[in-house]
Design a binder for this molecule. Structure first.
Ligand SMILES: [Zn+2]
Length: 269
């Protein structure tokens, strides 16, 4: 599933082609892709609206419109592309937005878990999520308080979107390796020094991903259709039995909270 670096990369790539455009039509061939409305209802809300801004919150893309906002969550296999309207539709293009410049924004989604929302205020959808880890609001002190208030293993806690927003399996594995912390550690057992290491690890992992345009291990593509390259830079993710880049010990894979964790059993304590 695309995580913060992938969704942020898509948001950046969509600004140039989409900001200032007006939505002139909407067609939907899989109505369950629309979480908040019937197809007719979505059309009524969107047609005539201008796209004023495009941003990311957690793993959601937010299109700020003249009134309210369109949100898209890509889930497992969602992709977005801006193409000329006369380009043939692909089999999985489930929601298509016509634009006033003769192009279309197409949301394709092979496994159909992705969702489209229109809401008067995006906070209705994203208001309950945790802090943005690359924002100024996210400080070592805030992380310390949030860790201390829970007694959970670090790995599943990092994946909890109400704890910190936008981190998924790949970047949680990378962040814990960068921090030198075991995915099994209890959140309330960290020293102040270890909280600082975790804080730096989370931010460094996400920035590394962003710097390479995200990770294209399966469906994710940037807004222009090109792949991200962070999969070529993985430190531990998907590297079972390969040497730890820090100490040479073979990387271990274990299921923790039903997700694959990759970590060094020697230097992550
Ligand atoms: Zn190691």
């Amino acid at each position: 599933m695309p995580e913060l670096p992938e969704v942020e990369t898509i948001a950046r790539g969509l600004r140039q082609p989409l900001i200032g455009r007006t939505i002139t039509g909407v067609s939907v061939d899989w109505p369950r892709s629309v979480a908040t409305h019937t197809v007719e209802g979505l059309r009524a809300e969107l047609i005539g609206q201008r796209i004023e801004g495009i941003r990311r919150r957690a793993k959601y893309l937010i299109f700020d419109l003249s009134t309210g906002a369109l949100l898209i969550h890509l889930k497992m296999t969602g992709r977005l592309a801006v193409v000329p309207a006369d380009e043939p539709r692909a089999a999985h293009d489930h929601v298509v937005f016509d634009l006033d410049d003769g192009r279309q924004l197409r949301f394709s989604d092979a496994r159909k878990f992705g969702r489209v929302y229109w809401v008067p205020d995006p906070e209705w959808i994203v208001g309950g999520l945790g802090p943005e880890p690359l924002s100024e609001e996210f400080t070592p002190e805030l992380l310390r308080q949030r860790l201390a208030g829970r007694s959970r293993q670090l790995k599943p806690l990092l994946l909890d979107q109400t704890f910190v927003a936008g981190v998924g399996n790949i970047y949680a594995n990378e962040a814990l390796w960068l921090a030198g912390l075991s995915p099994l550690r209890r959140s309330d057992s960290l020293t102040d020094q270890e909280v600082e290491q975790l804080y730096q690890g989370i931010r460094q992992a996400l920035r590394r991903g962003l710097a390479h345009g995200g990770s294209s291990i399966n469906w994710y593509r940037q807004a222009d259709g090109s792949k991200g390259h962070y999969q070529e830079e993985f430190l531990v993710h998907d590297r079972a039995a390969r040497p730890c880049p820090r100490c040479g010990t073979p990387i271990q894979r274990a299921m923790i909270g039903q997700r694959s964790s990759f970590y060094c059993p020697n230097c992550q304590v």
